[in-house]
Write a protein that binds this ligand. Structure first.
Ligand code: FPP
Ligand code: MG
Length: 324
């Protein structure tokens, strides 16, 4: 999958996206500028702005408000990761040290606050109440989803339904804001708006399920350590599927191990990997995500035929098979 080639097909919008994001982040603090440079030097795939701009381009020529929507989606995403890495005590992301590990947890939280605040300042400056509402709704869902995940980690009883609620809130919500806002600013009909919201919902689920499979796939080099989810007592689809397939005794043994293990307990991750392997938890999760990708792809047919829609289809397929 050549993401760079897709960016080149929306070159003008992509350059505006990069320029506006840099401009929006400017700060008087040297420490903040140094952390921001580190983050921009180690940026991720930037899929949210890419999806947002492709969807907009499929409907016409995006103006500044639409570009701002793509910037806001990436800035909120970065803010959530800066907070999430503190919550998860993560040491590595995208193959490099996390900000919370390289600098310190407080610097990571505060930089996250700054990116969030600056993103909201940018969207407020555009004076569009609907668009503001799409993003504030996403921020609300993201925080609530994370807290619900925390609640379920403590009660250790995440059902498949709980899992889908968590990932819809913590991941789909921002995909929805990114795509719905840009399509809305292009004057899409209510039908197209609804279909593209559904598209983003399904794609976000697929994206997160793939991410959760990574945590049970040590042989892939994703730039993040594996085995962290079970150590944090987060029950994700590969393990939920394996626990469902296992017998009562095996299930209780696993749950007790999770309940009583310390965070540094590597044996716990090995025990969970073995259970997931034995009951094909990753394969069950993979077929669930392929279903979500197919649902997403169908929704894309609400857009007029163009190379931008073709790229969205390609990206949707890529979400199902990406290796980082
Ligand atoms: C990554 O999940 C985390 C998220 C998708 C959402 C994080 C949201 C918050 C911390 C709360 C809201 C924060 C703001 C600034 C509004 P993961 O830990 O499963 O994935 P990972 O493996 O990439 O860390
Ligand atoms: Mg995390």
């Amino acid at each position: 999958m050549d993401i760079k080639a897709i960016q080149d097909d929306i070159r003008s919008e992509w350059l505006q996206f990069e320029g506006l994001m840099k401009e929006a982040l400017w700060s008087k603090s040297d420490l903040l500028n140094s952390i921001n440079t580190y983050l921009l030097d180690n940026k991720g795939k930037q899929v949210r702005p890419l999806l947002s701009l492709l969807a907009a381009r499929a409907l016409g020529n995006p103006g500044r408000l639409t570009i701002a929507c793509s910037v806001v989606s990436e800035m909120i995403h970065t803010a959530t990761l800066l907070h999430d890495d503190v919550a998860d005590e993560a040491t590595q992301r995208r193959g490099v040290d996390t900000v919370q590990y390289k600098y310190n947890p407080a610097a990571s939280v505060l930089t996250g606050d700054y990116w969030l605040a600056k993103s909201l300042t940018l969207i407020v400056s555009e004076r569009n109440m609907e668009v503001m509402g799409f993003f504030t709704k996403a921020v609300e869902e993201l925080s609530e989803g994370e807290l619900f995940q925390m609640q379920k980690a403590s009660s250790l009883d995440t059902t498949e339904e709980d899992y889908y609620r968590i990932i819809a809130q913590k991941t789909s919500s921002l995909f929805i804001a990114a795509i719905k806002s840009s399509v809305f600013t292009m004057g899409a009909s209510p039908e197209v708006l609804t279909k593209m919201e559904q598209y983003a919902y399904h794609l976000g689920l697929a994206f997160q399920i793939r991410d959760d499979i990574f945590d049970y796939t040590p042989q892939l080099n994703t730039g993040k350590p594996t085995g962290g989810d079970v150590k944090e007592k987060k029950l994700t689809l590969p393990l939920i599927a394996a626990l469902k397939a296992a017998g009562e005794e095996e299930r209780e043994l696993m749950l007790d191990a999770i309940r009583f293990a310390g965070y540094e307990d590597d044996k716990l991750a090995e025990q969970a990997f073995a259970l997931v392997e034995k009951y094909n938890g990753n394969a069950v999760a993979q077929s669930a995500l392929e279903y979500q990708c197919n649902m997403a792809q169908e929704c894309l047919m609400s857009l007029p035929d163009s190379i931008y829609r073709d790229h969205l289809v390609e990206l949707t397929r890529y979400m199902g098979s990406r290796e980082k």
